[in-house]
Design a protein around this ligand. Structure first.
Ligand SMILES: [Zn+2]
Length: 297
């Protein structure tokens, strides 16, 4: 317990805010067909479940105080998400947490915001405000915002939230369920795959890597990690992710130093050991492009 407390105290010390202007992006999912999506709940540890459907992985805390959810995927899935949560608890969804503003994590905000309190880092509210308009949008905005960190005391455990600047976006937070020893990392972790980094929303490849490193420094070995995308993970998986980031960023950095163009760098690809990492949302070429553009910026 002491050790865990120390971990989080230390994390607080290194968290600082960097403001970066940028255009909010609106991820429209209107054309996509969600009718075949099935929600899957996996018990993680203690009171925490992981919920998968389409879009970012959700975290769910279930207990005597009610339900807290981390992220809420796409708007058309709100009914399925509610039904899946009902299987875990008859209690009300009291809090909805947004790890960042992207539509595959906040699409259900308008629906869940009717009955639940939405919490997010203040940059997330700003970006969501810029992206939406009209009367219905108001219910989808976070009503509690914070700058650097926040603790909720809910379902008999401290739930600690930390803002990590300049990573996937400028509004990313990670959420640590202290007694359950579960960390939800939002899109600061794509397990076993190349990550998307939103350079137009304050994201940055080197900042992203720095955030992952800092998280790893303070994690204990038993922690279970819910990544924004990919399977439920361990500290080892996050270390592997860090190693991929470090090495691939270094490769692209060398190419830039040697004067290779983006097109040439993409054509050169990456070593075969990361081939499977490019078989998901972000292909190897796309990853090289993100790294290249971020380092050049
Ligand atoms: Zn995202």
């Amino acid at each position: 317990m002491r050790q865990k407390h120390l971990i989080l105290m230390n994390m607080k010390n290194w968290i600082s805010l960097i403001w970066i202007g940028g255009l909010a992006i609106c991820q429209v999912s209107a054309q996509r067909d969600f009718s075949n999506v099935q929600m899957k709940a996996t018990p993680v540890s203690g009171k925490v479940y992981m919920l998968e459907g389409a879009g970012g992985n959700m975290g769910v805390s279930v207990g005597e105080d009610g339900v807290l959810i981390v992220d809420n995927q796409f708007a058309p899935l709100a009914g399925k998400i509610k039904a899946a949560i009902k299987e875990l608890s008859d209690e009300r969804i009291v809090y909805v947490f947004n790890t960042h503003h992207h539509g595959d994590h906040t699409g259900g905000n308008a629906e869940f915001g009717k009955e639940s309190i939405i919490i997010a880092q203040e940059n997330v509210r700003e970006r969501l405000s810029a992206a939406v308009s009209g009367q219905s949008a108001k219910t989808g905005l976070p009503v509690i915002t914070f700058e650097k960190s926040l603790t909720l005391h809910f379902n008999d455990e401290p739930i600690k939230v930390f803002h990590l600047p300049t990573g996937h976006t400028d509004g990313d937070s990670i959420i640590y369920f202290e007694k359950s020893e579960v960390l939800h990392m939002g899109d600061l972790f794509f397990s076993g795959r190349f990550p998307f980094i939103d350079l137009n929303s304050g994201g940055n490849v080197e900042g992203y890597l720095a955030n992952v490193k800092k998280v790893l420094e303070f994690l204990n070995d038993e922690v279970k990690i819910i990544p924004g995308h990919g399977a439920l993970a361990t500290k080892d998986d996050l270390e592997e992710f860090q190693s991929m980031l470090e090495q691939t960023i270094q490769i692209v950095r060398e190419r830039i130093r040697e004067g290779y163009s983006l097109e040439k760098s993409k054509a050169m690809g990456l070593p075969a050991k990361w081939e499977v990492w490019g078989e998901h949302f972000i292909s190897t070429e796309r990853w090289i492009e993100i790294v290249y553009n971020s380092l050049k910026a």
